[in-house]
Design a protein around this ligand. Structure first.
Ligand code: GLY
Length: 347
């Protein structure tokens, strides 16, 4: 059953309608400590609250057990409903808790961050971190409904908004040049969440269309990996060096590098590459690397979850909207792309 995407500025009314329509035997509402404090007061819904600690370091089996225990103690049944109100950690972990409790109960995602709305909350990937690896344990399980509203974003720091916007840029590149151009016209430093709703809706629908065709990531869904082979390597390298960077920022720099590769290998237009690089440099700054970092970055790319047999695997573009998945990139080509990335960024 396809998940229902609801774009609204009246979350309370939509949640009331969902509860009426789904007619659950009981309702549970999952937040983390931050969303419980900041967002829960805005949500007018009678439910048993479950609150987990905030932060990716708590996206683990302990928090998952805490949710299972609260559901059990609260008398949840398969006919109950779990509402996940929060960012990616809450929707990923809550989704997994619901997918596994009594072999599956229904859940609704209400993302409270732009990154969550545009990516984590939609498409049925649930999970927790395990054994030092991100999202190592999980299941594909779709929320029955995803309620998306920009009203929660007004208190988000600009860094958070920009992080989510990078995934929108990715969806724009996957769609076509018109959508990509529209996104480039946003001034991220003056971004007001209200202006975003139309573009956010277009962006989420890009993901929804891809996921509908390939829910279990056998092929086409890997298109959503655009920017992430390099982006994840930048993110992990920054973390190891003790200077963590937001996920979306790493994706933005990863998009530039992978569009360089696209230009080298598939004639992706250089004018679009230039536009992207200029936008990213202006709004996300520079991820500074030297050629001494290349070996570490290449090792990280070979160990990316989506790579096979130790090869570097990327999603690339022949043009905006013309996607090639599972492209093997040689170490030499990747080194050249990193050189050009550094030139474009002025490093
Ligand atoms: N975040 C990429 C996906 O959901 O497949």
């Amino acid at each position: 059953m396809a998940q229902r995407l609801i774009f609204t500025n009246d979350v309370n009314r939509e949640l009331a309608t969902i509860v009426e329509r789904r007619h659950p035997s009981s309702v549970f509402l999952l937040t983390d400590e931050n969303t419980h404090r900041m967002v829960r007061p805005l949500v007018d819904l009678a439910a048993t609250d479950i609150i987990i600690p905030a932060g990716d370091e708590h996206k683990n089996i302990d928090s998952l057990q805490q949710v299972w225990r609260a559901l059990q103690q609260g008398g949840a049944t398969r006919q109950s409903l779990l509402i996940n109100l929060g960012g990616g950690v809450v929707t990923d972990l809550g989704g997994l808790a619901a997918a596994t409790f009594k072999r599956g109960m229904r859940f609704v995602n209400v993302p409270t961050t732009l990154l969550g709305a545009v990516d984590a909350a939609v498409g049925g990937k649930t999970g927790i971190n395990f054994g030092g690896l991100k999202n190592e344990i999980g299941a594909f399980a779709e929320a029955t409904d995803v309620v998306i509203s920009t009203c929660f974003f007004s208190t988000l720091p600009t860094t958070e908004l920009k992080s989510g916007f990078a995934e929108m840029l990715k969806h724009g590149l996957l769609t076509g040049s018109d959508e990509f151009d529209r996104l480039l016209h946003f001034d991220l430093d003056q971004l007001s969440p209200g202006q975003l709703l139309d573009r956010l809706q277009a962006s989420v629908l890009v993901k929804q269309r891809i996921v509908e065709q390939d829910p279990h990531e056998q092929g086409l869904r890997r298109a959503l990996n655009l920017g992430h082979t390099v982006g994840h390597a930048f993110e992990s390298h920054a973390l190891t060096c003790g200077h963590p960077v937001p996920h979306g920022y790493a994706v933005a720099w990863g998009l530039v590098t992978e569009c360089v590769l696209s230009h080298m290998m598939m004639r992706f237009p250089s004018s679009t590459l230039q536009q992207l690089a200029t936008f990213v440099r202006r709004h996300y700054g520079i991820f500074s690397i030297t050629c001494d970092d290349y070996d570490t970055l290449l090792t990280l790319m070979r160990h990316d979850k989506k790579s096979r047999q130790g090869e570097i695997n990327c999603t690339l573009l022949a043009a905006c909207g013309d996607v090639r998945i599972d492209v093997t990139v040689t170490p030499d080509d990747m080194r050249t792309a990193l050189d050009i990335y550094r030139d474009l960024m002025g490093i």
